[in-house]
Ligand binder design. Structure first.
Ligand code: IPM
Ligand code: MG
Length: 358
């Protein structure tokens, strides 16, 4: 089985290097291929997603992705910015199902900005549709405004659109995920205002008829944003569109106080997937050896579980991470009041050590 490793920018190379060591230890038979992506690829090849990088990803069973982006590319035209690499991979591989767990590790409860009793035990899963919506909808662009109060003025527009099959397939993913959890799905939309959201709601309701044991409710996105900070534990599986999912998943991740701990998976219909930490490239701390590699290590675990169907190896990594946390090892982002502060490499070493102890 073949895994493409795309380290990217900022802290990406540091954290993927550590995760690759973990992956090699747990699954030494994997064939690993490396390629630049994002700003690093732009520097080397003039494009954030060069053809060779895309071909490597397409020919692999799974992609381990670090992070992309740096302020220094803000002035580039949109098509050349690092973010286009991740959007291009999502589109080219058809990675429509984005799973973003937000789990609060008991040892890290104090790292949350919310009161401990509100977040203790938090374990929710955001399922974000990833290849449709306003992110990819056409037409989009700039023009002279054809009508309205400011006709003739320069305007920009994007198009929010969803087809029924796109909503159906992500709804199935959510209901199936809920079966293995607490049998509850909250679908988040803005059906009081948007046509796409009304279709979303209608289709989710229809798909729900095939899952009579699952409890489904609907919530408007503004209310969902509020409930996430008021009573986050009232949610279990949240399913939502691309744009709302982008925003709510950052909010949910931050509730745990340890976005540096959270992995994510993006899957296509064949089970091929891209695995990346939920956090970004953090250029402000790049190269300092202090970034938390655990989200990337846990992403490697999800890679083994979902794309390679190697549950035992995935669980081994997760147990090793739990042991390291229980031992009190902490990178700077989660150090809080207790624990021993360690850097990126030392955290990686600690995980490798925990793996070697049976
Ligand atoms: C994410 C990121 C991306 C997104 C950016 C980098 C294009 O914010 O994965 O959530 O908006 O989807
Ligand atoms: Mg985002």
């Amino acid at each position: 089985m073949k895994v493409a490793v795309l380290p990217g920018d900022g802290i990406g190379p540091e954290i993927t290097a550590v995760a690759v060591e973990v992956l090699k230890t747990v699954a030494p038979d994997l064939e690993l291929g490396f390629a630049p992506v994002g700003g690093a690829a732009y520097e080397a090849y003039g494009h954030p997603l060069p053809a060779a990088t895309l071909a490597l990803a397409q020919s692999s069973d799974a992609v381990l992705f670090g992070a992309v982006g740096d302020w220094k590319y803000d002035a580039l035209e949109r098509a050349l910015r690092p973010e286009q690499a991740i959007l291009g991979l999502r589109r080219a591989l058809g990675l429509f199902a984005n799973l973003r767990p937000a789990i609060l590790y008991p040892e890290l409860a104090e790292a949350s900005s919310l009161k401990t009793e509100i977040v203790a035990g938090l374990d929710l899963l955001i399922i974000r549709e990833l290849t449709g919506d306003i992110y990819f909808g056409t037409p989009r662009g700039r023009r002279a405004s054809p009508d309205g109060a400011f006709a003739g003025a320069s305007e920009a527009f994007d198009t929010m659109r969803y087809t029924e099959p796109e909503i159906e397939r992500i709804a199935h993913i959510a209901f199936r995920a809920a079966k293995a959890r607490s049998q509850r799905v909250t679908s988040v939309d803005k059906a009081n205002v948007l046509e796409t959201s009304q279709l979303w709601r209608d289709v989710v309701n229809r798909v729900h008829q095939q899952y009579p044991d699952i409890k489904l409710d609907h919530m408007y996105v503004d209310n969902a944003a509020m409930q996430l900070v008021r009573a986050p534990k009232s949610f279990d599986v949240i399913v939502t569109g691309n744009l709302f999912g982008d925003i709510l998943s950052d909010e949910a991740a931050m509730l745990t106080g340890s976005i540096g701990m959270l992995p994510s998976a993006s899957l296509n219909e064949r089970g091929q997937g891209l695995y990346e930490p939920s956090h970004g490239s953090a250029p402000d701390i790049a190269g300092q050896g202090i970034a938390n590699p655990l989200a990337t290590i846990l992403s490697a675990a999800l890679l083994l579980r979902y794309s390679l169907k190697r549950e035992t190896q995935a669980a081994r990594i997760e147990h090793a991470v739990q042991r390291v946390l229980a031992d009190g090892r902490r990178t700077a982002d989660i150090v809080g009041t207790k624990g021993v502060s360690v850097g990126t490499e030392a955290m990686g070493e600690a995980v490798l050590q925990a793996l070697s102890q049976r």
